[in-house]
Design a protein around this ligand. Sequence first.
Ligand code: CO
Length: 167
Amino acid sequence: MALRNIVTKEDKILYKKCRPVVKFNDRLHILLDDMAETLYKANGVGLAAPQVGILRRAVLVIETNVDEGEEEFVIELINPEIIEASGEQVGAEGCLSVPGEYGIVRRPDVVKVRAQDRNGEWFEYEGEGLTARCFCHEIEHLDGHLFTEKCERMLTEEELSGPSEEE
Ligand code: CO
């Protein structure tokens, strides 16, 4: 495994539409392994292939809704689509490609995706809360969109450094 460089919002690649993954081979597996290492190193909760310079429809989301004592795990979504969405959540969101900036984004609270795994098998997965938010955010990366387009407002410096987060 190797760390990949995460591109930031100045890079044109983030605004392009990604093509489907058609080959479920070693090259894809290496990409996914590298993306996982890169994601953990960056302390993120999700990462899309275009963020590491690859214009293919592959994303990772860390499932953080696990029972006590259970380990969080990475969900690999290849050629993902949202097939159901319900409820609503409004909260702060950020992106590894937009470091240091956070904004308020309205998202569905429950999102069901259909995707292929690293071997090409189709599956469905339902995420809630942060996981649902990540599914939306990461899948939008595949169509060249950043969360900043959806922000109701960006958080101010004061809000970012304020005491409220420690309460
Ligand atoms: Co992002």
